[in-house]
Design a protein around this ligand. Structure first.
Ligand code: UDP
Ligand code: MG
Length: 317
């Protein structure tokens, strides 16, 4: 590939319906640009014909490289495999469902070529076509995580972005097992331009996210990029201790002055249950971090590639 070439990373999980449309749309845009490109299609253990379609595309077009995982490892792992194997001077991540409009690519590329920025990230300014509750909760999540972490995480940010090779290498160097890309992109820094666009609906197929899946993703993101829940637990414990000391004085003095008889069984039980609940809650927070440490220390690979048409592939990493 010539200088200035673009690598497009496309994580695909059961995208047999959407992939052909994506390929047509994205190659049309890329061909119109004055640059070389490669498409890195990552088959994340799909159970439909996604791999077959990738092989067809690779046969027709030598710029298509496919990497097929041995099972479903998740989008984060698929993106990581793409970053590890991308060869271009510019690297982009795009969803296969055309929710990330390829028409933004030329503008993004121009922005980077001008040298002012190192990465251009896409951010949707509305969530047309999405359930109200989901939009509301996502909005709340971004506000909270932005407060809790140093990483620059914007509301409506997608994983869709075009970046320079240097940033891609920094991301590869962040080899943590619990990956939260929105946090990683923000953490590595570099000068980022946010490009806004209107939400697009999926061309075909359906979203891979269930409601609880999203909740788990949100909590994982917070635990991966913030220590505030731990400080929250400490401060809560500290506050409760202070409160207990004040109450102790109050009860003792009242006993001395008024000679209070035994009463208040119900309130005592309430307090015991309340404190017990808080303790379990805080233990749970600590447990979340310990589980992350546990997974990190195992040092398992992020992905395993079972099949690929590219040479010099980093098969297990
Ligand atoms: N994806 C993946 N592995 C998974 C789940 C999703 O590679 O386990 C891919 C999926 O094929 C798509 C992208 O990640 O290209 C985003 O998925 P989806 O459209 O379901 O998410 P949404 O756009 O609704 O956030
Ligand atoms: Mg999508």
């Amino acid at each position: 590939m010539r200088e200035g070439a673009i690598s497009i990373i496309v994580p695909c999980y059961n995208e047999a319906e959407a992939l052909p449309c994506f390929y047509d749309a994205v190659t049309e845009v890329l061909d119109s640009m004055q640059t070389d490109h490669e498409l890195l299609l990552i088959d994340d253990g799909s159970t439909d014909n996604t791999l077959g379609i990738m092989q067809d595309l690779a046969q027709r077009d030598s710029r298509v490289k496919y990497f097929s995982f041995s099972r479903n490892f998740g989008k984060e792992s698929a993106m990581y495999a793409g970053f590890c194997n991308a060869a271009g001077d510019y690297v982009a991540v795009m969803d296969a469902d055309l929710q990330d409009p390829p028409s933004l690519l030329p503008q993004m590329y121009e922005k980077l070529r001008s040298g002012e920025y190192d990465s251009v990230a896409a951010r949707r300014i509305n969530r047309r076509g999405e359930a109200r509750v989901r939009s509301f909760l996502s909005g709340a999540f971004y506000k909270i995580i932005d407060q809790m972490t140093d990483a620059d995480i914007r509301s409506g940010a997608r994983d869709f972005r075009l970046m320079k090779r240097e940033m891609c290498e920094a991301i590869v160097a962040m080899s943590e097992y619990n990956r939260f890309s929105k946090g990683i992109f923000g953490w590595v820094g570099f000068r980022t331009f946010w490009m806004e666009y209107e939400n697009e609906e999926r061309v075909a197929g359906s979203t891979k996210w269930s409601f609880w899946g999203l909740v788990r993703y949100a909590l994982d993101g917070i635990v991966s990029f913030s220590l505030s829940p731990l400080s929250f637990a400490s401060w809560l414990g500290f506050g409760m201790t202070l409160l207990a000391v004040v109450m102790l004085f109050f009860v003792v003095i009242r006993r001395i002055i008024f000679g209070d008889p035994v009463a208040g069984w119900a309130s005592t039980i309430c307090v015991i249950i309340f404190i017990g609940g808080l303790q379990l809650f805080c233990l749970g927070i600590i447990g979340q971090y310990i589980s992350k440490i546990y997974m990190e220390t195992k040092n398992r690979p992020h992905y395993i590639i079972a099949q690929s048409n590219a040479d010099a592939v980093k098969k297990i990493r």
